[in-house]
Design a protein around this ligand. Sequence first.
Ligand code: ADP
Ligand code: MG
Length: 319
Amino acid sequence: MSLGEFDLIAKYFTRPVRRAALGIGDDCALLAPAPGMQLAVSSDMLVEGRHFLSTVAPDRLGHKALAVNLSDLAACGAKPLAFTLALALPRADEALLEGFARGLFALAEAHGIELVGGDTTQGPLNICITVMGEVPAGGALLRSGARAGDDLYVSGTVGDARLALEVFRGNAALDAHAFAAVREAMERPQPRVALGVALRGVATSAIDVSDGLLGDLGHILRRSGVAARIEVDAVPRSAVLAAQPAALQRECTLAGGDDYELVFTAPPAAADRVQAAARAAGTAVTRIGRIEAGQGLRLVDREGRDVAQTFGSFDHFKD
Ligand code: ADP
Ligand code: MG
């Protein structure tokens, strides 16, 4: 016998809330933000065939659906509080629901946050999560704060998720061990929440890399009215990616997407505080260039020679 809508919500998604004033079961959830804090809110939708492949394991899908949302809070320096889940499912597939809920709640618990509501409907598989976090009033990291002279940084390594996609597409080949590592980056990204919080009051601007390093950095440059120079060989990458042909490395690191690392700026005088924040968060950060006056993005190699820029950024209505 198949599970009804309300049984499904009760069985897979209803957990007691500890922090919210009211969780699942009424017409609204109720949250009580602490005095002096602003609520940071962000939504991200995942559509089958567009954001994930039908081959992804359900627990990884649950993880990623929440991870990409937490990454947006990280980019604002917000501390996650709660989230809602709007889910369209072709049918009440309990194997999918069990795995999905397991991956989702494992990441939620790792960040101490709770599911407070949502919506469930029959339809093509589609997952929309809205996260809410808190940040001291006026203290959020914005895209608009970069200033000429600031250093430019990226967290972790970038490009592995794109390399995994190229393997799925048949454009690259890896041994089983290397493939498992890059597939992990694609399917189980780790949102840099602790780093975002540690960078409050240190970074002048930030964004998370979902559509490719250059494209997402472009949003900072436009919103801040500045230019940037990137040392393309300084962009951090995994050992697996570093063993690939040079052109593929550049494509994956600069235009890859799905990285969920933070790109941010800070004045040179704050360099020690940036590294202290990175240590506190347990996430490496690498300086990859600097912000300049003007507009546009200049790419240079190790010798300071210009590198032709032929990369785009992912756009749902163009790609
Ligand atoms: P309404 O008809 O008022 O929109 P619903 O019947 O859709 O309410 O949902 C009942 C309760 O279950 C609400 O509190 C809603 O927030 C919650 N809910 C529905 N779907 C989900 C879900 N996928 N995850 C978490 N909570 C959900
Ligand atoms: Mg509803």
